[in-house]
Write a protein that binds this ligand. Structure first.
Ligand SMILES: [Zn+2]
Ligand SMILES: [Zn+2]
Ligand SMILES: [Zn+2]
Length: 161
């Protein structure tokens, strides 16, 4: 499920495994409970896959990797889980890549910003400055924001050299 790199140099892998992964999944479970929600098995599995990759993943790759036994999931199962995870702030949809990524922060707000490398695809979540401003302007227009995602494309440090 690794994404394909256009270049041949090494990129640091931000995927999670072992204790860190277990801890984050437990924290997500606790956060759901506090919000009166349930991290059901499919939701948990999709979040686990997103955290393991640590980079944007396309829905069809999640569907293919879903089963522990190698069996693919029913697509609606994964789409519904992604919908839940996005709404609860555990994941973000990256429109320009048509992919999803686990949230790198723990904010419940709907603002998020990403630096996306067009060469290797490495995507990093950064603090979304300026989104409060947009939110304020939206509110002024009587517009209710549900998501606000900044997708900045360019070249990462590895790919520049
Ligand atoms: Zn986030
Ligand atoms: Zn790169
Ligand atoms: Zn590169």
């Amino acid at each position: 499920m690794a994404h394909t790199n256009a270049c041949d140099h090494e990129h640091d892998n931000r995927g999670l495994a072992g204790d860190t992964l277990t801890r984050l999944l437990a924290a997500a479970e606790a956060r759901c409970e506090r919000a009166g929600q349930r991290l059901t098995a499919p939701r948990r599995r999709v979040l686990e896959l997103l955290l393991q990759v640590g980079q944007p993943v396309k829905a069809y790759d999640l569907i293919a990797a879903f089963g522990d036994d190698g069996a693919p999931a029913k697509p609606p199962t994964v789409y519904r889980a992604l919908d839940f995870l996005s709404k609860q702030g555990f994941a973000h949809r990256i429109e320009s890549l048509n992919a999803y990524i686990a949230c790198g922060g723990d904010a419940d707000g709907h603002g998020a910003a990403f630096l996306i490398c067009d060469c290797c695809g490495v995507t990093r979540e950064i603090a979304p400055t300026g989104t409060q401003e947009i939110e304020r302007m939206a509110n002024g227009e009587g517009f209710i924001l549900t998501t606000l995602t900044v997708e900045a494309h360019g070249l990462c440090q590895d790919c520049r050299s």
